[in-house]
Design a protein around this ligand. Sequence first.
Ligand code: DC
Length: 222
Amino acid sequence: MKFYSIAIDGPAGSGKSTIAKSVAKGLEFIYIDTGAMYRAITLKALELNIRNLADETLYDFILDTKLEFVNDLMFMDGKDVSKEIRSEEVVKNVSLVSSLKYVRDILVEKQREMAKTNNVVMDGRDIGTNVLKDASLKIFLTAAIDVRALRRFYELQESGSSMSYDDVVADVMRRDNFDTNRLNNPLRQAEDAILIDNSELTIEETAQKIMHLFKEKNLWQI
Ligand code: DC
């Protein structure tokens, strides 16, 4: 049986998760938020007070961590951690954790396994360039920095954070810089990815555009 996959990559605040979720719902695919997986591992390391994640002896600890998506919620070792993984502390540490090669190797393997037996919409930074090189459709999603920072700002406010807008801009820029310049699977547009700048598009318009591209490219029958 053939399974389809849509890879959506892009910087923080480009609207990836909301749009990917909407596309997955529209096509009845499973949504896999790979950022949530890196965040969950970061949360677990913080909870266990593990300071030296760079030490590869933690390989087993990550390998043994059970990560699942149930109705778009992130479950870690059987517990719903969807809220906790959005905390400021996790945000501060996740870039470092996700830059470690052995962490990526394990999580990429888990992501590929999920796509082997399901139709998926997967979002992240390296989906089109690394995780699903043969994806049925690849999208590189972006938006102007001020638009992205404002989206993050509202998201953080909703989760109770008091971070100022200026601090959010600085944080988004810091993460862009880190994600783009890291050694292992940096954020890059795949050669065969379609670029969508959604600064002036709504979530729904962007999702519709992606679904249209997918159906067109894969001669999808509805
Ligand atoms: O998309 P997000 O903000 O939830 O991602 C959290 C962090 O994980 C971010 O710093 C980038 C990193 N990440 C990554 O390196 N590779 C992915 N495929 C997804 C996220």
